[in-house]
Design a protein around this ligand. Structure first.
Ligand code: AVJ
Ligand code: FE
Length: 435
Protein backbone atom coordinates (compact mmCIF):
# COMPACT_ATOMS: atom_id res chain seq x y z
CA UNK A 1 0.00 0.00 0.00
CA UNK A 2 2.61 2.53 1.05
CA UNK A 3 4.86 1.63 -1.85
CA UNK A 4 1.86 1.86 -4.20
CA UNK A 5 1.07 5.29 -2.88
CA UNK A 6 4.66 6.44 -3.40
CA UNK A 7 4.51 5.24 -7.01
CA UNK A 8 1.17 6.97 -7.55
CA UNK A 9 2.52 10.23 -6.13
CA UNK A 10 5.70 10.03 -8.21
CA UNK A 11 3.68 9.37 -11.37
CA UNK A 12 1.34 12.30 -10.63
CA UNK A 13 4.25 14.67 -9.98
CA UNK A 14 5.81 13.53 -13.23
CA UNK A 15 2.58 14.04 -15.19
CA UNK A 16 2.17 17.56 -13.83
CA UNK A 17 5.77 18.42 -14.70
CA UNK A 18 5.36 17.03 -18.20
CA UNK A 19 2.46 19.43 -18.70
CA UNK A 20 4.32 22.39 -17.18
CA UNK A 21 7.22 21.66 -19.52
CA UNK A 22 4.93 21.57 -22.56
CA UNK A 23 3.39 24.90 -21.60
CA UNK A 24 6.75 26.60 -21.02
CA UNK A 25 8.88 25.09 -23.78
CA UNK A 26 6.53 25.76 -26.68
CA UNK A 27 7.17 29.52 -26.49
CA UNK A 28 10.47 31.37 -26.59
CA UNK A 29 12.12 33.18 -23.68
CA UNK A 30 10.75 36.57 -24.70
CA UNK A 31 7.25 35.09 -24.58
CA UNK A 32 7.92 33.53 -21.18
CA UNK A 33 8.84 36.83 -19.54
CA UNK A 34 6.18 38.92 -21.33
CA UNK A 35 2.90 39.77 -19.69
CA UNK A 36 0.22 38.71 -22.16
CA UNK A 37 -2.58 40.28 -20.13
CA UNK A 38 -2.68 42.39 -16.96
CA UNK A 39 -4.84 39.60 -15.50
CA UNK A 40 -2.08 37.04 -15.84
CA UNK A 41 1.45 36.51 -14.58
CA UNK A 42 4.31 36.05 -17.02
CA UNK A 43 4.59 32.29 -17.65
CA UNK A 44 8.05 32.30 -16.06
CA UNK A 45 6.51 33.54 -12.79
CA UNK A 46 4.06 30.62 -12.70
CA UNK A 47 6.93 28.22 -13.42
CA UNK A 48 9.13 29.35 -10.52
CA UNK A 49 6.11 29.81 -8.22
CA UNK A 50 5.21 26.15 -8.78
CA UNK A 51 8.75 25.20 -7.76
CA UNK A 52 8.70 27.54 -4.76
CA UNK A 53 5.45 26.04 -3.37
CA UNK A 54 6.95 22.57 -3.82
CA UNK A 55 10.08 23.69 -1.98
CA UNK A 56 8.10 25.28 0.88
CA UNK A 57 5.84 22.27 1.48
CA UNK A 58 7.70 19.16 0.34
CA UNK A 59 11.39 20.03 0.78
CA UNK A 60 11.27 22.28 3.86
CA UNK A 61 8.10 21.32 5.75
CA UNK A 62 7.61 17.61 5.01
CA UNK A 63 11.30 16.87 4.41
CA UNK A 64 12.74 19.19 7.06
CA UNK A 65 15.55 20.00 4.60
CA UNK A 66 17.57 23.16 4.09
CA UNK A 67 16.14 25.66 1.58
CA UNK A 68 17.12 25.25 -2.07
CA UNK A 69 16.91 29.05 -2.44
CA UNK A 70 16.23 31.06 0.70
CA UNK A 71 16.19 34.40 -1.14
CA UNK A 72 13.23 34.14 -3.51
CA UNK A 73 10.21 33.20 -1.38
CA UNK A 74 8.94 36.75 -1.34
CA UNK A 75 9.08 37.12 -5.16
CA UNK A 76 6.85 34.08 -5.62
CA UNK A 77 4.41 34.78 -2.81
CA UNK A 78 1.13 35.45 -4.64
CA UNK A 79 -0.03 37.72 -1.80
CA UNK A 80 2.99 40.02 -1.93
CA UNK A 81 2.73 41.16 -5.53
CA UNK A 82 -0.44 41.45 -7.64
CA UNK A 83 -0.26 39.82 -11.07
CA UNK A 84 0.07 43.14 -12.85
CA UNK A 85 3.27 43.99 -10.90
CA UNK A 86 5.02 40.67 -11.44
CA UNK A 87 6.78 41.43 -14.76
CA UNK A 88 8.71 44.28 -13.10
CA UNK A 89 10.11 42.05 -10.32
CA UNK A 90 13.69 40.72 -10.47
CA UNK A 91 12.34 37.27 -11.38
CA UNK A 92 14.48 34.24 -12.14
CA UNK A 93 15.23 34.08 -15.87
CA UNK A 94 13.71 31.20 -17.84
CA UNK A 95 16.96 29.22 -17.57
CA UNK A 96 17.26 29.90 -13.83
CA UNK A 97 13.60 29.03 -13.25
CA UNK A 98 13.98 25.71 -15.09
CA UNK A 99 17.10 24.84 -13.11
CA UNK A 100 15.35 25.80 -9.86
CA UNK A 101 12.24 23.69 -10.41
CA UNK A 102 14.46 20.76 -11.40
CA UNK A 103 16.56 21.02 -8.21
CA UNK A 104 13.45 21.27 -6.07
CA UNK A 105 11.91 18.26 -7.78
CA UNK A 106 14.99 16.11 -7.23
CA UNK A 107 14.86 16.89 -3.50
CA UNK A 108 11.08 16.39 -3.32
CA UNK A 109 11.45 12.93 -4.88
CA UNK A 110 14.17 12.11 -2.37
CA UNK A 111 11.85 13.23 0.44
CA UNK A 112 9.10 11.03 -1.04
CA UNK A 113 11.43 8.01 -0.91
CA UNK A 114 12.29 8.51 2.73
CA UNK A 115 9.25 10.05 4.40
CA UNK A 116 6.95 7.97 6.57
CA UNK A 117 3.57 8.69 5.02
CA UNK A 118 1.61 8.13 8.22
CA UNK A 119 3.63 10.20 10.65
CA UNK A 120 1.81 13.53 10.41
CA UNK A 121 -1.64 14.48 9.22
CA UNK A 122 0.05 16.62 6.55
CA UNK A 123 1.50 13.53 4.88
CA UNK A 124 -1.22 10.97 5.69
CA UNK A 125 -2.42 9.35 2.44
CA UNK A 126 0.18 11.47 0.66
CA UNK A 127 -1.87 14.65 1.18
CA UNK A 128 0.96 17.21 1.01
CA UNK A 129 2.18 15.61 -2.22
CA UNK A 130 -1.36 15.57 -3.60
CA UNK A 131 -1.76 19.23 -2.67
CA UNK A 132 1.41 20.08 -4.58
CA UNK A 133 0.35 17.99 -7.58
CA UNK A 134 -2.96 19.88 -7.62
CA UNK A 135 -1.20 23.21 -7.18
CA UNK A 136 1.03 22.59 -10.20
CA UNK A 137 -1.95 21.42 -12.28
CA UNK A 138 -3.95 24.50 -11.23
CA UNK A 139 -1.15 26.75 -12.39
CA UNK A 140 -0.90 24.72 -15.58
CA UNK A 141 -4.54 25.58 -16.25
CA UNK A 142 -3.74 29.23 -15.49
CA UNK A 143 -0.81 29.03 -17.91
CA UNK A 144 -3.14 27.50 -20.50
CA UNK A 145 -5.41 30.53 -20.07
CA UNK A 146 -2.33 32.72 -20.60
CA UNK A 147 -1.60 30.80 -23.82
CA UNK A 148 -5.14 31.58 -24.94
CA UNK A 149 -4.48 35.31 -24.33
CA UNK A 150 -1.15 35.44 -26.16
CA UNK A 151 -1.06 36.40 -29.81
CA UNK A 152 0.86 34.64 -32.56
CA UNK A 153 0.74 31.36 -34.41
CA UNK A 154 -0.46 28.19 -32.65
CA UNK A 155 2.14 26.35 -30.56
CA UNK A 156 0.13 23.78 -28.63
CA UNK A 157 -0.93 20.45 -30.17
CA UNK A 158 -4.72 20.45 -30.68
CA UNK A 159 -6.46 17.10 -31.05
CA UNK A 160 -10.16 17.60 -31.85
CA UNK A 161 -12.53 16.61 -29.03
CA UNK A 162 -14.77 13.57 -29.62
CA UNK A 163 -18.02 14.11 -31.56
CA UNK A 164 -21.49 14.07 -30.06
CA UNK A 165 -22.90 10.54 -29.75
CA UNK A 166 -26.46 11.84 -29.77
CA UNK A 167 -28.50 14.91 -28.98
CA UNK A 168 -28.89 15.95 -25.35
CA UNK A 169 -31.39 18.65 -24.51
CA UNK A 170 -33.99 19.68 -22.02
CA UNK A 171 -33.83 19.49 -18.28
CA UNK A 172 -33.76 16.91 -15.53
CA UNK A 173 -35.75 16.90 -12.28
CA UNK A 174 -33.63 16.40 -9.18
CA UNK A 175 -35.91 15.22 -6.36
CA UNK A 176 -36.13 17.24 -3.13
CA UNK A 177 -34.59 16.05 0.10
CA UNK A 178 -31.26 15.86 1.86
CA UNK A 179 -27.99 14.77 0.28
CA UNK A 180 -24.40 14.61 1.51
CA UNK A 181 -22.35 17.56 0.27
CA UNK A 182 -18.57 17.75 0.66
CA UNK A 183 -16.31 14.95 1.82
CA UNK A 184 -14.50 13.35 4.76
CA UNK A 185 -13.06 10.49 2.73
CA UNK A 186 -11.52 11.98 -0.40
CA UNK A 187 -7.80 11.74 0.48
CA UNK A 188 -6.58 14.72 -1.54
CA UNK A 189 -9.64 16.96 -1.08
CA UNK A 190 -8.69 20.47 -0.02
CA UNK A 191 -9.89 22.08 3.20
CA UNK A 192 -12.82 23.96 1.60
CA UNK A 193 -14.40 20.65 0.42
CA UNK A 194 -14.65 19.41 4.02
CA UNK A 195 -16.42 18.22 6.07
CA UNK A 196 -19.17 16.05 4.58
CA UNK A 197 -22.52 17.41 5.77
CA UNK A 198 -26.19 16.89 5.01
CA UNK A 199 -27.90 19.63 3.00
CA UNK A 200 -31.64 19.83 2.39
CA UNK A 201 -32.16 20.72 -1.28
CA UNK A 202 -35.73 21.30 -2.53
CA UNK A 203 -36.67 19.73 -5.86
CA UNK A 204 -35.31 21.63 -8.87
CA UNK A 205 -34.73 21.26 -12.59
CA UNK A 206 -31.28 21.49 -14.10
CA UNK A 207 -30.25 21.47 -17.77
CA UNK A 208 -29.12 18.08 -19.05
CA UNK A 209 -26.19 19.84 -20.77
CA UNK A 210 -24.25 23.09 -20.57
CA UNK A 211 -25.54 26.06 -22.60
CA UNK A 212 -24.13 25.86 -26.12
CA UNK A 213 -22.66 28.44 -28.50
CA UNK A 214 -25.80 28.22 -30.68
CA UNK A 215 -28.05 28.93 -27.69
CA UNK A 216 -25.84 31.74 -26.51
CA UNK A 217 -25.73 33.25 -30.02
CA UNK A 218 -29.56 33.38 -29.94
CA UNK A 219 -29.37 35.45 -26.78
CA UNK A 220 -27.01 37.86 -28.54
CA UNK A 221 -29.20 37.97 -31.67
CA UNK A 222 -32.26 38.68 -29.52
CA UNK A 223 -30.54 41.81 -28.22
CA UNK A 224 -29.66 40.29 -24.86
CA UNK A 225 -26.62 42.53 -24.46
CA UNK A 226 -28.74 45.65 -25.06
CA UNK A 227 -31.58 45.04 -22.62
CA UNK A 228 -30.79 45.89 -19.00
CA UNK A 229 -33.93 43.96 -18.00
CA UNK A 230 -32.05 40.65 -18.25
CA UNK A 231 -29.04 41.80 -16.23
CA UNK A 232 -28.53 42.35 -12.54
CA UNK A 233 -27.79 45.96 -11.62
CA UNK A 234 -24.12 45.20 -11.08
CA UNK A 235 -24.02 43.00 -14.15
CA UNK A 236 -25.42 45.75 -16.36
CA UNK A 237 -22.98 48.31 -14.95
CA UNK A 238 -20.15 45.94 -15.80
CA UNK A 239 -21.57 45.16 -19.25
CA UNK A 240 -21.59 48.91 -19.94
CA UNK A 241 -18.18 49.74 -18.46
CA UNK A 242 -16.41 46.77 -20.09
CA UNK A 243 -18.44 47.15 -23.32
CA UNK A 244 -19.34 43.47 -23.40
CA UNK A 245 -21.08 42.37 -26.60
CA UNK A 246 -20.20 38.65 -26.84
CA UNK A 247 -18.03 36.06 -25.06
CA UNK A 248 -14.33 36.83 -24.87
CA UNK A 249 -12.48 35.82 -28.07
CA UNK A 250 -15.63 35.93 -30.25
CA UNK A 251 -15.59 38.08 -33.37
CA UNK A 252 -18.21 38.77 -36.03
CA UNK A 253 -17.86 36.61 -39.14
CA UNK A 254 -20.37 37.57 -41.84
CA UNK A 255 -23.77 36.88 -40.32
CA UNK A 256 -22.30 34.56 -37.70
CA UNK A 257 -19.43 34.32 -35.26
CA UNK A 258 -15.88 33.07 -35.19
CA UNK A 259 -13.44 32.67 -32.34
CA UNK A 260 -9.70 32.53 -32.06
CA UNK A 261 -8.51 29.72 -29.85
CA UNK A 262 -4.86 29.07 -29.13
CA UNK A 263 -3.92 30.89 -32.33
CA UNK A 264 -6.46 29.21 -34.63
CA UNK A 265 -9.49 31.13 -35.95
CA UNK A 266 -12.59 29.17 -36.90
CA UNK A 267 -16.38 29.50 -37.00
CA UNK A 268 -17.98 28.83 -33.65
CA UNK A 269 -19.11 25.22 -33.27
CA UNK A 270 -22.88 25.41 -32.59
CA UNK A 271 -23.26 22.46 -30.21
CA UNK A 272 -20.14 23.15 -28.15
CA UNK A 273 -20.64 24.55 -24.63
CA UNK A 274 -20.09 28.30 -24.61
CA UNK A 275 -16.85 29.28 -22.86
CA UNK A 276 -15.23 32.55 -21.74
CA UNK A 277 -18.34 34.17 -20.29
CA UNK A 278 -18.37 35.95 -16.94
CA UNK A 279 -20.87 35.27 -14.16
CA UNK A 280 -22.91 38.35 -15.12
CA UNK A 281 -23.27 37.18 -18.74
CA UNK A 282 -24.30 33.71 -17.56
CA UNK A 283 -26.86 35.23 -15.21
CA UNK A 284 -28.28 37.49 -17.95
CA UNK A 285 -28.62 34.57 -20.36
CA UNK A 286 -30.42 32.54 -17.70
CA UNK A 287 -32.99 35.25 -16.99
CA UNK A 288 -33.54 35.80 -20.72
CA UNK A 289 -34.20 32.04 -20.99
CA UNK A 290 -36.70 32.24 -18.10
CA UNK A 291 -34.32 30.36 -15.85
CA UNK A 292 -31.62 30.97 -13.26
CA UNK A 293 -28.16 29.63 -12.48
CA UNK A 294 -27.94 26.61 -10.16
CA UNK A 295 -26.82 27.14 -6.61
CA UNK A 296 -23.67 25.32 -5.60
CA UNK A 297 -25.49 22.66 -3.58
CA UNK A 298 -27.83 22.04 -6.50
CA UNK A 299 -24.91 21.55 -8.85
CA UNK A 300 -23.24 19.10 -6.48
CA UNK A 301 -26.46 17.19 -5.87
CA UNK A 302 -27.07 16.88 -9.62
CA UNK A 303 -23.50 15.61 -10.01
CA UNK A 304 -23.19 13.24 -7.04
CA UNK A 305 -26.56 12.19 -5.64
CA UNK A 306 -27.69 8.70 -6.54
CA UNK A 307 -31.48 8.49 -5.96
CA UNK A 308 -31.34 4.68 -5.99
CA UNK A 309 -29.03 4.44 -2.96
CA UNK A 310 -29.28 7.92 -1.43
CA UNK A 311 -25.46 8.06 -1.53
CA UNK A 312 -23.22 10.78 -2.93
CA UNK A 313 -20.81 9.49 -5.56
CA UNK A 314 -17.25 10.74 -6.09
CA UNK A 315 -18.07 11.62 -9.72
CA UNK A 316 -21.28 11.67 -11.78
CA UNK A 317 -20.47 8.25 -13.29
CA UNK A 318 -19.58 6.59 -10.00
CA UNK A 319 -16.52 6.25 -7.80
CA UNK A 320 -13.96 5.35 -10.49
CA UNK A 321 -11.18 7.81 -11.31
CA UNK A 322 -11.86 9.88 -14.45
CA UNK A 323 -10.88 8.26 -17.73
CA UNK A 324 -10.89 9.69 -21.24
CA UNK A 325 -14.30 8.08 -21.89
CA UNK A 326 -15.91 9.89 -18.95
CA UNK A 327 -15.07 13.54 -19.45
CA UNK A 328 -13.08 16.11 -21.40
CA UNK A 329 -10.38 16.88 -18.84
CA UNK A 330 -6.62 17.23 -18.78
CA UNK A 331 -5.87 19.41 -21.82
CA UNK A 332 -6.17 16.38 -24.11
CA UNK A 333 -8.24 18.71 -26.30
CA UNK A 334 -8.01 22.48 -26.58
CA UNK A 335 -11.77 23.02 -26.67
CA UNK A 336 -14.95 21.90 -24.95
CA UNK A 337 -16.51 18.82 -26.56
CA UNK A 338 -19.94 19.10 -28.20
CA UNK A 339 -22.98 18.29 -26.10
CA UNK A 340 -23.59 14.53 -26.14
CA UNK A 341 -19.90 13.57 -26.46
CA UNK A 342 -19.72 11.80 -23.08
CA UNK A 343 -22.70 9.47 -22.54
CA UNK A 344 -20.44 7.40 -20.25
CA UNK A 345 -19.99 10.38 -17.95
CA UNK A 346 -23.70 10.93 -17.28
CA UNK A 347 -24.96 11.27 -13.69
CA UNK A 348 -27.56 8.87 -12.22
CA UNK A 349 -30.22 11.54 -12.82
CA UNK A 350 -29.25 11.87 -16.49
CA UNK A 351 -27.20 15.08 -16.40
CA UNK A 352 -24.38 15.22 -18.96
CA UNK A 353 -20.91 16.77 -18.98
CA UNK A 354 -20.89 18.04 -15.41
CA UNK A 355 -17.18 17.24 -15.23
CA UNK A 356 -14.83 18.71 -17.83
CA UNK A 357 -15.48 20.87 -20.91
CA UNK A 358 -16.24 24.16 -19.09
CA UNK A 359 -16.21 25.36 -15.48
CA UNK A 360 -19.83 26.08 -14.57
CA UNK A 361 -20.79 29.29 -12.80
CA UNK A 362 -23.04 28.79 -9.77
CA UNK A 363 -25.14 31.43 -8.08
CA UNK A 364 -23.33 31.06 -4.75
CA UNK A 365 -20.56 32.92 -3.00
CA UNK A 366 -17.45 31.19 -1.66
CA UNK A 367 -18.19 30.33 1.98
CA UNK A 368 -16.91 27.68 4.40
CA UNK A 369 -19.01 24.58 5.04
CA UNK A 370 -20.30 24.13 8.61
CA UNK A 371 -17.43 22.69 10.66
CA UNK A 372 -14.70 23.99 8.32
CA UNK A 373 -11.15 24.04 9.67
CA UNK A 374 -8.11 25.49 7.94
CA UNK A 375 -5.80 22.79 6.55
CA UNK A 376 -2.94 23.21 6.06
CA UNK A 377 -2.80 26.97 5.42
CA UNK A 378 -5.26 29.86 5.52
CA UNK A 379 -4.17 31.40 2.22
CA UNK A 380 -5.60 28.59 0.10
CA UNK A 381 -9.27 29.04 1.05
CA UNK A 382 -9.99 30.91 4.21
CA UNK A 383 -8.75 34.36 3.19
CA UNK A 384 -11.14 34.25 0.21
CA UNK A 385 -14.31 33.27 2.10
CA UNK A 386 -16.99 35.93 1.88
CA UNK A 387 -15.08 37.94 -0.73
CA UNK A 388 -16.39 39.10 -4.10
CA UNK A 389 -16.33 35.64 -5.64
CA UNK A 390 -18.74 33.24 -7.29
CA UNK A 391 -18.35 29.47 -7.28
CA UNK A 392 -17.39 27.48 -10.38
CA UNK A 393 -17.78 23.69 -10.50
CA UNK A 394 -16.80 20.66 -12.54
CA UNK A 395 -13.52 21.59 -14.22
CA UNK A 396 -12.84 22.41 -17.86
CA UNK A 397 -11.01 20.80 -20.79
CA UNK A 398 -7.94 22.46 -19.26
CA UNK A 399 -8.35 20.96 -15.78
CA UNK A 400 -6.36 17.88 -14.92
CA UNK A 401 -8.29 14.97 -13.36
CA UNK A 402 -5.97 15.25 -10.34
CA UNK A 403 -7.21 18.80 -9.75
CA UNK A 404 -11.00 18.28 -9.80
CA UNK A 405 -13.60 16.02 -8.14
CA UNK A 406 -17.33 15.96 -7.56
CA UNK A 407 -16.63 17.94 -4.39
CA UNK A 408 -14.01 20.33 -5.83
CA UNK A 409 -14.77 24.04 -5.40
CA UNK A 410 -13.31 26.76 -7.59
CA UNK A 411 -14.06 30.46 -7.29
CA UNK A 412 -13.35 33.71 -9.12
CA UNK A 413 -14.56 37.27 -9.38
CA UNK A 414 -17.92 37.49 -11.18
CA UNK A 415 -16.40 39.70 -13.94
CA UNK A 416 -13.67 37.22 -14.89
CA UNK A 417 -13.86 35.39 -18.21
CA UNK A 418 -10.29 34.66 -19.28
CA UNK A 419 -10.82 31.34 -17.45
CA UNK A 420 -12.54 28.42 -19.19
CA UNK A 421 -15.94 29.33 -17.78
CA UNK A 422 -19.40 28.43 -19.07
CA UNK A 423 -22.65 27.48 -17.35
CA UNK A 424 -25.93 25.60 -17.41
CA UNK A 425 -29.35 26.78 -16.23
CA UNK A 426 -31.74 25.60 -13.54
CA UNK A 427 -35.18 26.48 -12.19
CA UNK A 428 -37.30 25.79 -9.12
CA UNK A 429 -39.68 22.87 -9.37
CA UNK A 430 -43.27 23.93 -8.68
CA UNK A 431 -45.81 21.73 -6.89
CA UNK A 432 -47.40 21.12 -10.31
CA UNK A 433 -44.12 19.69 -11.64
CA UNK A 434 -44.01 17.16 -8.81
CA UNK A 435 -47.61 15.96 -9.03
C1 AVJ B 1 -8.58 27.71 -6.59
C2 AVJ B 1 -8.06 28.25 -8.86
C3 AVJ B 1 -8.92 29.93 -7.37
O1 AVJ B 1 -5.49 29.70 -9.07
O2 AVJ B 1 -6.14 31.32 -7.79
C4 AVJ B 1 -3.20 28.42 -6.94
C5 AVJ B 1 -5.72 27.97 -6.85
N1 AVJ B 1 -4.16 28.76 -5.03
N2 AVJ B 1 -2.27 28.83 -6.08
C6 AVJ B 1 -6.03 30.12 -8.04
C7 AVJ B 1 -4.38 28.37 -6.30
C8 AVJ B 1 -2.83 29.05 -4.92
C9 AVJ B 1 -6.64 29.14 -7.05
N3 AVJ B 1 -8.02 28.75 -7.46
FE1 FE C 1 -0.24 29.22 -6.50
Amino acid sequence: MTQDLRLTVAAQLERARHRTTLLTETVDDADLVRQHSPLMSPLVWDLAHVGNQEELWLVRDVGGREPVRRDIDELYDAFKHPRGDRPALPLLSPAEARAYVGQVRDKALDVLDRVRLDERRLVADGFAFGMIVQHEQQHDETMLATHQLRTGPPVLPAVAPPPSRGPVSGEVLIPGGPFTMGTDTEAWALDNERPAHAVEVPAFFIDAAPVTNAQYAQFIAAGGYDDPGWWSERGWAHRQAAELTAPLHWQRDGDGWAYTRFGRTERIVPDEPVVHVCFFEAQAYASWAGRRLPREEEWEKAARFDPATGRSRRYPWGDDEPEARHANLGQRHLAPAPVGAYPEGVSPSGVHQLMGDVWEWCDSGFLPYPGFTVFPYAEYSQVFFGGDYKILRGGSFGTDPAAVRGTFRNWDHPIRRQIFSGFRCARDATPGDLA
